[in-house]
Design a protein around this ligand. Structure first.
Ligand code: GDP
Ligand code: MG
Length: 351
């Protein structure tokens, strides 16, 4: 294998030399910070061209090397998206690699560095490379995320859950999916209520789903209706409350809806956020729906993006458990209970 070493006063200079000689697809095998008095070269990069003979004869080996190492192209991407922290990363290509994956998924730089710091891989240079680095980083991320199933039978009687979020985020569809799972999968007795305080006709859509599942569904246009509907649902194990007509920017409507859901009843709220929306909008929604003191996030429309870092960023900003991911328009199939492993595989996907 045509391994070559390149030295530079800065990492950028060293990378420039590799790129010039071996091209942007060259793979970095190792990086090293050299000792010395600061006048000579400070960094050394060991690299191979990606089409080198041995790799070309064995495409499997190339794929394997590519999945663990980083190309010059990726390295340049990282250089353009990181300031300051890079020096801590350069001693290990696998460290750079996992960092690059996080950044490419859209995980904020500070959070990505934070995970690496927590896992200890930045300070402990004796860490057995590759496997340990990936494992420890994954562990640190898992530690920072919580998941929760709001409908796990808890022996405490009826579970009442309201689904909140911006119009179009997927509330009604998600309720239909969850109701179907609970009815068909877990044989639970489920009832649906649709709060529609602006009479925009949202009840029709959910009524159709209720009809298909053979479960009761009542509309509620005011607090009195809601009490009435809840009384009629007394024999139900789980009551799912749909809400309609809220914009994340319309605080007065959000607060009106909040007032309709009485605090004295133990109704938990769950906030739906679409991963297809921009991150500032996602966070704004979470803040504006704050008065509900929602218990979990449901991230919707995972099928509409390829960057999942915003989920991690949101959870880091406001740390609440994730209950579900929805992955498409099909009712009831396109939903799954949130699992940390799933989120990690999305965020660290090989790209
Ligand atoms: N691609 C995709 N579309 C979804 C998903 N969940 C819901 N939708 C679609 O988003 C649109 C709005 O959904 P709806 O449940 O009516 O949103 P609501 O206004 O919050 O009740 C519908 O066309 C749904 O089919 C999802 O996970 N992926
Ligand atoms: Mg709806």
């Amino acid at each position: 294998m045509a391994v070559e070493k390149f030295r530079g006063r800065s990492i950028i200079e060293a990378i420039g030399k590799v790129k010039e000689r071996l091209g942007p697809e060259a793979m970095i095998i190792s990086t090293e910070k050299l000792g010395g008095n600061g006048t000579g070269p400070q960094f050394e990069i060991t690299a191979v061209p990606s089409n080198t003979g041995e790799f070309a004869q064995s495409p499997g080996l190339l794929a394997e090397v590519k999945s663990e190492l980083m190309s010059i192209k990726d390295m340049i991407y990282i250089l353009n998206h990181t300031d300051g922290a890079l020096e801590k990363l350069i001693w290990s290509p696998s460290l750079l690699n996992i960092y690059a994956r996080l950044i490419r998924s859209g995980v904020k730089r500070d959070y990505a560095i934070g995970f690496l710091e927590k896992s200890g891989v930045l300070s402990d240079e004796s860490t057995d490379p590759k496997v340990a680095i990936v494992k420890r980083t994954i562990k640190a991320i898992k530690h920072a995320i919580k998941t929760k199933d709001p409908f796990a039978a808890n022996g405490n009687g009826q579970i009442i859950a309201a689904f909140i979020g911006t119009t179009g985020v997927g509330k009604t569809t998600t309720i239909a999916k969850i109701a179907a799972q609970l009815v068909l999968g877990s044989k639970r007795k489920v009832g649906l209520i649709s709060i529609d305080n602006y009479r925009i006709g949202a009840a029709e859509q959910i009524k159709t789903y209720a009809h298909i599942l053979g479960i009761p569904c009542f509309p509620a246009f005011n607090r009195k209706d809601l009490f009435f509907a809840l009384r009629r649902m007394e024999g139900r194990d789980v009551v799912l409350i749909d809400t309609a007509g809220q914009s994340q920017y319309d605080m007065s409507r959000i607060l009106e809806l909040r007032q309709m859901i009485p605090g004295e009843l133990s109704i938990s709220s769950h906030l739906l956020l679409s991963v297809a929306t921009s991150e500032p909008e996602m966070h704004r929604t979470a803040v504006n729906f704050g008065p509900f003191e929602f218990e979990s996030y449901i991230f919707t429309k995972l099928d509409e993006t390829q960057r999942y870092g915003s989920i991690i960023n949101q959870v880091m900003k406001l740390n609440l458990p994730i209950s579900y991911f929805t992955t498409g328009q099909n009712v009831p199939d396109d939903i799954e209970k949130a699992r940390k492993e799933k989120l990690l595989s999305l965020v660290l996907n090989k790209n």
